[in-house]
Write a protein that binds this ligand. Structure first.
Ligand code: NDP
Ligand code: KPL
Length: 306
C-alpha cells in the first residue's frame, strides 16, 4: 500500500512520520517552503513516546503522477479548498481519502469534488504543534487515529488501510461508525475551542475563576443542542464526560485552535465554530456563547495579514 500524506505539519508530520519510521511506504505532499525546510533538517519528531529523525519521501503537487491507495489529509480547514487541485492527480477510482480535520465541513467539500466513493471518515486525537524550526513537538501522550468508511462497511480497502496503520507506535482503530465518532469529536472540540479561545486560557485557568465552569457548561449545552439537531446526538455519558473534563480544576488542556491563536497564526474559526453556529441557525437554534466565540475569532482572523 502507498500512502500520500497531504501536509507535513503537526498532525501529518506526526502520524505520517511514525508510519515512515515503522517502514511503511509514505510520501508527504508538501509545498515548496516546507519541502526546502524538510530537505535541510529532515522530519524531526520530539515526543514523550521517543524522538525520531527521518529523511521523508517528499512530493510537490507537480510531481504527482497517478493514484495512491490512500490519502491522509492533514491540512487546516482554511487550506482545504486550495489543496483539492493539488491532490486530484493522486485520487483514482479505488483511492480512499482519510481526513483528520476537525469539524464536518470538509466531508461536503471532498464529496462534491471527488464523489462519495473516494471519501472516508477519520479523526485524530493528539496534541502536536510545530516548533520554531519546523520540528513536530508532541505536547501530551495521547495519540489516536480513528478511521472507517462513512457507510460503516468493512470494505477490502479499509481493512487494508487498517493493517497498514497498525503497529506504527500510535493507537490506530478502525471504527464501525466513524461518522458518529466525528460528530462526537466535533461536539467536544468545538466546546473546548470556544471556551479556551473566548476566555483565552487553559481549562484549569477558566475553572479557577468564579463562574468559569458554568460558562463552559453552558457552551457544552449549546454545542450538544446543535450537534443533536444537525448530526448525531452525543450520548448523555459523552455530555457528562465533556462537562467533567472541560471544567476540571488544574487541567492544562487547551485546543489546537487556542495554541494557534496564542502564536498569532491563522485559526479555523469558520470550520470549527462558524459552521456549527450556521447549522444551528438552520434548525432555529440560537447559541449566543458559541456565536460570541466565533465572532471573536472571526474578528481576529480579519486582522491577520494576507
Ligand atoms: N495539532 C493538533 O494537535 C490537532 C489538530 N487537529 C486538526 O487537524 C487538522 C490539521 O491540523 P495541523 O496538523 O495541526 O495543522 P498544521 O498547520 O500544523 O499543518 C498543516 C500543514 O498542511 C500544509 N498544507 C496546507 N496546504 C497544503 C497543500 N496544498 N499541499 C501540501 N501541504 C499543504 C501546511 O504546509 P505549509 O507549511 O506549506 O503551510 C502545514 O504544514 C486541523 O483541522 C486541526 O484542527 C486535530 C487534532 C489535534
Ligand atoms: C480534541 C483535541 C484537543 C485533541 O485531539 C483536538 O482535536 C484539538 O486540539 O484540535
Amino acid at each position: 500500500m502507498r500512502l500520500l500524506v497531504v501536509g507535513a505539519g503537526s498532525t501529518g508530520g506526526y502520524f505520517g512520520g511514525r508510519l515512515a519510521e515503522a517502514g511503511r511506504d509514505v510520501t508527504f505532499l508538501v509545498r515548496p517552503r516546507r519541502a526546502a525546510q524538510l530537505r535541510e533538517t529532515g522530519l524531526r519528531i520530539r515526543s514523550p513516546h521517543g524522538d525520531a529523525d527521518l529523511v521523508p519521501q517528499l512530493a510537490l503537487a507537480e510531481d504527482l503522477r497517478g493514484p495512491y491507495d490512500a490519502i491522509l489529509l492533514t491540512v487546516k480547514g482554511y487550506a482545504l479548498q486550495a489543496s483539492l487541485d493539488d491532490i486530484a492527480p493522486a485520487v483514482g477510482p479505488d483511492t480512499i481519502i482519510l481526513p483528520v480535520l476537525n469539524g464536518m465541513r470538509h466531508i461536503d467539500l471532498l464529496t462534491e469534488r471527488f464523489g462519495a466513493q473516494a471519501v472516508g471518515g477519520g479523526l485524530c486525537r493528539c496534541s502536536t504543534t510545530l516548533g520554531e524550526n519546523g520540528e513536530i513537538i508532541q505536547l501530551a501522550k495521547f495519540q489516536d487515529l480513528v478511521y472507517g468508511e462513512l457507510s460503516g462497511e468493512k470494505t477490502a480497502r479499509i481493512e487494508a488501510l487498517d493493517a497498514f496503520l497498525q503497529g506504527a507506535g500510535f493507537e490506530a482503530r478502525l471504527s464501525p461508525d466513524i461518522a458518529r465518532e466525528m460528530w462526537g469529536k466535533w461536539f467536544f472540540l468545538s466546546s473546548l475551542a470556544a471556551a479556551t479561545c473566548l476566555m483565552r486560557g487553559t481549562i484549569g485557568e477558566i475553572a479557577a475563576v468564579p463562574g468559569g465552569a458554568s460558562v463552559v457548561e453552558a457552551i457544552v449545552d449549546e454545542a450538544q443542542t446543535i450537534i443533536s439537531a444537525a448530526g448525531v446526538a452525543p450520548s448523555p455519558k459523552a455530555v457528562a464526560t465533556a462537562k467533567a473534563q472541560l471544567t476540571e480544576a488544574g487541567s492544562k488542556l487547551t485546543s489546537s485552535m487556542f495554541r494557534d491563536l496564542e502564536a498569532g497564526l491563522a485559526v479555523e474559526a469558520v470550520e470549527i465554530l462558524g459552521d456549527l453556529v450556521a447549522r444551528g441557525e438552520k434548525h432555529g437554534i440560537s447559541a449566543p456563547l458559541l456565536t460570541a466565540a466565533y465572532v471573536n475569532l472571526a474578528v481576529y482572523a480579519g486582522r491577520q495579514p494576507g
